[in-house]
Ligand binder design. Structure first.
Ligand code: ZN
Length: 418
């Protein structure tokens, strides 16, 4: 009730001052048209730039499908062409079941990486260069891919051993425990990421001294964010993409902005991006994201359990899988999870996009730089389609489109900057 009263008072004061302001500054207040201002920003992109951005982003839609088909083909190679049987034979040379699962799991990750190499090179290297989005040499890219593989082997190996241990212990209810283990594992990975994982790929350091640092740190303090939780990193070694993020979990949570943002953007643009990232931090989006993912995981695991049991009951012999506790079922689990994540892409995109919209609003209110935010949203069109259709945005976008962001910023400007 108190809150409502306070809110009413604030609204009353705002309306009163708006009316008062109209008397003295009526030209600016009435002449600013958010729709026209939005169009002016959208017109910054030349038809050629827009066509290139659209082609890059729409190519990503097809990649979702090609990746699914590729995973299905891999499943066939593992389960029907004898690769899985061969891996199991090698793993069974040791007696300990956990060690067997670890060996099979590591062989699976390694062979899946090798067999996926052509599509990975196209997607991660060739296509990025084709659109002028990468600064990496092939060797640099390959080294980074191998580091990622090493990391996946360590973390994935541990996860698989724990997961299969739980499967053997919990029987039919394995999928409930599976969900809990995956959520706990995700939180743990998020916790160690800023300190142990992200520094493998980029160098992180406290913000460089300079005029912009003072403004960012003032904004951080105004939002109750400890100053030593704001970092910069050298993303320019990979690409020219502007970005910033919030990472970590519990006391490792931090905001990081990349050097491209610092080099390529005006102070107003940087402030608007930092306001957005601070929104993620203040609104605890990391925790909420893990919880949301947990619900999606729970439903996914239930469906995976049903699909796996149905398939093994009918074709278990042909696929050489005896049951859920058999590690040889791993390629089948990967296939089922891929099919499921293909169909739940619009849901996970929409969950993320909802948080992004919240952070956009927070950022506009915190930084009060609608033109900075609109300008930087236009710059992001290098890798994100600027003006998609309504359903296209719901299905494929994990961030609001440039058009939505510019329009939101201009509406905010019309109502809040007089
Ligand atoms: Zn964001």
């Amino acid at each position: 009730m108190k809150k409502i009263l306070l809110l009413s008072a604030i609204i009353f004061i705002c309306i009163f001052s708006a009316l008062h302001a109209q008397g003295t500054d009526s030209v600016t207040a009435t002449s600013f048209d958010p729709a026209a201002a939005t169009q002016k920003y959208l017109d910054i992109l030349s038809p050629a730039q827009k066509a290139k951005s659209d082609a890059y982003f729409e190519g990503g839609y097809w990649l979702i499908l090609w990746n699914l088909l590729y995973t299905l083909a891999l499943g066939f190679v593992f389960l029907r062409l004898g690769l899985s049987k061969w891996m199991k034979k090698i793993a069974q040379k040791v007696n300990n079941i956990n060690l067997q699962n670890l060996i099979y799991g590591l062989l699976y990750l390694l062979l899946a990486w090798i067999l996926s190499f052509p599509i990975s090179v196209y997607e991660g290297f060739c296509r990025e260069h084709q659109y002028g989005l990468s600064n990496m040499t092939f060797t640099g890219w390959l080294v980074e891919s191998l580091e990622q593989l090493g990391l996946t082997a360590i973390l994935g190996g541990v996860l698989l051993v724990v997961l299969y241990f739980a499967i053997r212990r919990t029987g039919k209810r394995w999928w409930i425990w599976g969900t809990a283990i995956v959520i706990a594992f995700t939180a743990f990975t998020a916790f160690i990421a800023p300190v142990f994982l992200m520094p493998i790929f980029n160098q992180y350091k406290p913000l460089e001294e300079g005029p912009i640092k003072a403004q960012i740190l003032s904004m951080a303090r105004a939002n109750n964010i400890p100053a030593d939780n704001v970092y910069e990193f050298d993303a320019s070694k990979q690409s020219n993409r502007i970005s910033a993020n919030v990472s970590g979990f519990a006391n490792t949570t931090r905001i990081s902005l990349n050097d491209n943002l610092l080099k390529r953007c005006t102070p107003a643009e940087i402030k608007s991006v930092m306001g957005h990232e601070m929104g993620h931090y203040v609104m605890n989006h990391v925790y909420k994201g893990i919880l949301e993912m947990g619900v999606l995981m729970f439903l996914s695991f239930a469906l995976v359990n049903w699909a796996f049991n149905t398939i093994v009951a009918r074709w278990g012999d042909k696929l050489s899988i005896t049951g859920i506790a058999d590690i040889a079922g791993l390629p089948l689990l990967a296939v089922i999870f891929s099919v499921l994540s293909f169909f739940t892409t619009p849901i996970s995109n929409s969950l993320t996009r909802t948080q992004e919209i919240e952070a956009d609003m927070f950022g506009l209110n915190a930084a009060r730089e609608p033109d900075g935010f609109a300008a930087v949203s236009m710059k992001l069109s290098e890798y994100r389609k600027i003006n998609p259709g309504h359903w296209e945005e719901i299905i494929f976008f994990d961030h609001p489109s440039g058009r939505v962001r510019v329009s939101t910023a201009m509406k905010w400007k019309a109502e809040n900057l007089k």
